[in-house]
Structures are given as structure tokens and as C-alpha cells.
Design a protein around this ligand. Structure first.
Ligand code: FAD
Length: 429
């Protein structure tokens, strides 16, 4: 019997879900809810930083000069390559265009309800069968009453780079300079001639610090990680993390101090599932979401699933594995273990991470774990996994980034086959 599936969000994850659900419309009837007026999610760049034209909080965290930190050859969904004429590291506009092309190629727009925000998802038990009551509203027409529809399954694809996280730093309220976050950062030119601290040396922190270095007088990238080995621009240096702030002065945990004009927080984001009714029984504790089997399926009622929770990944290929894994569980082509066994699996994964020294908040961080994870999902669901060349190129780029962070995006690559890639001679300037 055909299952009605609600997909929340039409970013890369939601589009991938719609594409695979719509392969066989005798099995599934997908309805994708998207609060904005277009597909693409975080890749839809906007100059707005607070709210959009419908008074919704701005979702995108793109900045104007952003180039991808992964080459397009491995960013792509496995069965839908980027335009071959583009360089390997591309602008956010090219990624958005790719997602629009993906949506058009698989005729996904007909499944998407634009301007439609999901406000609540509630468990509904009918004759012992679990279903989902999804309440939504039209963001353009506030006077129109909210609607409800019942679904057999819900795939949550709402992204997790939209709610900025700012750490509690003693004295921050007394800071007299500019306070910003990577979510609202748009143009380096806005910081012309300023002395700045960028807090955080994750992908965005390093990228934004390098961008700012072109215009700012000085950049201090403050972080608790190992010292970056790469050559940095002359006006950029590294320091330990921030201990406190006193008016216009930042005190670092090594005791050094600096008078600065602004602090840019590149300190990550919080997950947000506020539309899930408490009876969904999803817990978010210091960035750890439970109880999710394989970081995807709710163990109490696996017809509620989450795509893209994992971080430090090659996103589109991983989304493709997760989506097809969910579909295999919905069709029954994959038998799920018992609830208890799924919960044991979650606990085993979590304890392994703690034993490796990872903090609780990295419960969904992947990095080198992602390849085995993809293979496990695909093995369980009897589907094709990500070709090994993706791992090889990801690792090569990761390696080059450690010593050549300012220039690695000038490289170009070509995939030869499922196992081999070439680094091309001509660099892009
Ligand atoms: P999103 O793209 O965030 O999409 C979620 C969608 O859900 C949005 O359209 C939103 O409007 C909608 N939505 C949310 N809540 C609701 C609701 N209640 N009702 C209806 N709709 C809702 N990845 C790479 O592969 N390479 C890169 O180089 C790269 N660089 C990045 C740089 C930045 C600055 C950021 C922020 C991310 C980057 N990423 C990169 C990761 C990127 O997040 C993923 O590639 C991917 O686009 C995430 O897709 P998503 O669908 O999970 O989320």
C-alpha cells in the first residue's frame, strides 16, 4: 500500500529524500514542506541577517565570497555530477544552481509545498498503527488557518546550521566592540581596517578568518585545537581560547590580552526540533540527539527519521546513503533489529566515542568514521555504497588543507574511476 511521507525541508537532504521516495509512486507519496520560496536550504544566499520577508529567522549561513571546502567531484550526489566545466572548488551560487538542476531533473517541485512551515509533528496511534499528524501554515498568508494532514512517515531534513551557538564567556556583556557570528557574517569588506578575534578554528572559523584577513588590520584566530601548521597571511595569528572579555579587551587562556574592535563567533550551531511534539520523545542533550539508531531512525517509532544530523562529513553522498537506508526500512526490504538491540547499538557507538576521548557534544561527529558508517548503512539496507574514490579524494584534500589552508581551493581534480582520481596541473587563480 502507498505510504504518505512528509519531508520537512527542501535543502539537499530533503531533495535527496524526495528524489528517492518518488522513484516508485506506487510505494510512496512524498509531500515536501519548505518554508521558503525555493529549494536549496542553506545554499540560498541572502543579504538579510535577521529575518526574511515573511518575518522568519534567516536560515542560510552563506557569506558572499564562500567557496566550497570540498571539491565538487566528491560533493555531488553519487548519481548526479556537477557541471564538468566548473573548477573543483565552486561558489555558493554554483551549488544552489546544482540543487535547482537536481530538483528539475527529477521533477521534484511537484512534490514541494513552498512557503509552508511545519509547526508541529505529533504521534497518532490509530488501531495500533503509528501515524503522524503534521500541522503546517502558509508563511505568506498569516490569516489563513493552519492545516493538518496525516502521514505514515516523517523525514526531518531541516538542516542544522541556522541557530547560532554563542558560548558563555565571562564579561562578554561588557564588550564594547562588534559581536558577530558566522551565521550573520556576509562581507569581509564590512570589517575594513578592524582588529578582530575569530573564535573557533573549525571549517567556517578558518575560512572566515582568511576572508577577513584581506580587509581587516589584524586577525587573531582563537581556539583550543592543536596549533594550525599551515602558513597563514601575515596579519593573522593564532592564540589559545578566550578566557574572558573586559570592555574592549580580550583575555586569552594563556594569559595574553588584546584590545580589539570585534569578535566573530565561529562556534557552531544548535539543533532545533521545536516542531516535534513532546510525545515524539526526542531528547537533545548538549548536541547529542537520542534515541536515534544509526543517527537516523527513532527507535520507539522508526517511521520518524532524521537526515543529515551527522557533522564533519561529505554531506550529499552521506545523505544519499541515509535516505536509501530509511526507504529500505519503510518498504520492509530491510528488517530492523528490535528496539532494545537498536538502543544497544546506539550505546555502543556512544561509549566508543567517549573512550576515544570525544566529548558528548561530538556524539554525531563523523570525520574518518563516515566511510565505515556509509558502508554499514548500505550493507544493512542492501544498497550500493559510496565509491572509495570519494574517501580517497576527501582524505587528500583534508591532508592538503592542514599545510596549505590559504591555497588548497586553487587545486583541480578529476575522478578517473571508482578508485582513482587525478590532481590536475593547472591551478585556478
Ligand atoms: P539545509 O540546507 O539547511 O536545508 C534545510 C531546509 O529546511 C531549508 O530550506 C529550510 O528552510 C527548511 N526548513 C527548516 N525548518 C522547516 C520547517 N519547520 N518547515 C518547513 N521547512 C523548514 N557542504 C558541502 O558538501 N560542501 C561545502 O563546501 C559546505 N560548506 C558549507 C558552508 C557553510 C557556511 C554551511 C553553513 C554549510 C556548508 N556545508 C557544506 C554543509 C551544508 O549544510 C550541506 O551541504 C547541506 O546543504 C545541508 O543540507 P540540509 O538539507 O541538511 O539542510
Amino acid at each position: 500500500m502507498q505510504q504518505r511521507v512528509a519531508v520537512i525541508g527542501a535543502g539537499a537532504a530533503g531533495l535527496c529524500a524526495a528524489r528517492h521516495l518518488s522513484r516508485d509512486l506506487t510505494l510512496f507519496h512524498p509531500v515536501v514542506f519548505e518554508q521558503s520560496d525555493c529549494v536549496g536550504g542553506t545554499w540560498v544566499y541572502t543579504e538579510n541577517t535577521e529575518t526574511d520577508q515573511y518575518d522568519l529567522p534567516v536560515h542560510s549561513s552563506m557569506y558572499s565570497s564562500l567557496k566550497t571546502n570540498l571539491p565538487k567531484e566528491i560533493m555531488a550526489f553519487p548519481d548526479f555530477p556537477f557541471d564538468k566545466n566548473l573548477p573543483s572548488f565552486i561558489g555558493h551560487q554554483d551549488v544552489l544552481k546544482y540543487l535547482i538542476n537536481y530538483s528539475e531533473a527529477y521533477e521534484l517541485n511537484k512534490f514541494i509545498k513552498f512557503h509552508t512551515r511545519v509547526e508541529s509533528v505529533q504521534l497518532l496511534v490509530e488501531n495500533g498503527k503509528i501515524r503522524w499528524n503534521v500541522q503546517f501554515c502558509n508563511v505568506k498568508e498569516k490569516h489563513v488557518p493552519h492545516e493538518k494532514q496525516v502521514f505514515d512517515a516523517v523525514m526531518v531534513c531541516n538542516g542544522h546550521y541556522a541557530i547560532p551557538k554563542i558560548p558563555n564567556i565571562p564579561g562578554l556583556a561588557s564588550f564594547t566592540g562588534i559581536i558577530s557570528h558566522s551565521h550573520t557574517y556576509r562581507h569581509a569588506e564590512d570589517f575594513q581596517g578592524k582588529k578582530l578575534v575569530v573564535l573557533g578554528a573549525g571549517a567556517s572559523g578558518i575560512d572566515i578568518a582568511l576572508d577577513l584577513a584581506k580587509f581587516a588590520e589584524s586577525i587573531t584566530i582563537s581556539h583550543w585545537k592543536k596549533t594550525l601548521k599551515s602558513t597563514l597571511p601575515e596579519n593573522m595569528k593564532q592564540r589559545a581560547s578566550i578566557q574572558e572579555v573586559v570592555k574592549n579587551e580580550v583575555v586569552f587562556s594563556d594569559g595574553s590580552r588584546e584590545v580589539v574592535d570585534g569578535i566573530i563567533f565561529c562556534t557552531g550551531y544548535n539543533y532545533d526540533f521545536s516542531f516535534l511534539h513532546p510525545d515524539c520523545k526526542l531528547a537533545v542533550n548538549d548536541n547529542r540527539i537520542t534515541p536515534l539508531y544509526k543517527h537516523i531512525l527513532h527507535t520507539h517509532h522508526p517511521s520518524l527519521s532524521f537526515i543529515g544530523i551527522c557533522s564533519t562529513i561529505c554531506p550529499f553522498p552521506l545523505f544519499s546513503c541515509q535516505v536509501r537506508f530509511v526507504i529500505a526500512s519503510l518498504t520492509g526490504s530491510m528488517q530492523l533489529p528490535s528496539k532494545e538491540q537498536m538502543e544497544l547499538d546506539i550505546e555502543k557507538d556512544y561509549q566508543k566515542r567517549l573512550a576515544e576521548g570525544l566529548p558528548n557534544r561530538h556524539a554525531h561527529a563523523m570525520g574518518p568514521r563516515q566511510w565505515q558508517y556509509n558502508d554499514d548503512l548500505c550493507h544493512l539496507a542492501h544498497i550500493q555504497t559510496v565509491p572509495d574514490v570519494v574517501r580517497k579524494l576527501y582524505d587528500a584534500v583534508h591532508d592538503e588543507r592542514t599545510w596549505n589552508v590559504a591555497n588548497y581551493k586553487k587545486n583541480n581534480y578529476k575522478l578517473i574511476d571508482d578508485n582513482t582520481f587525478d590532481k590536475l596541473e593547472t591551478a585556478v587563480h
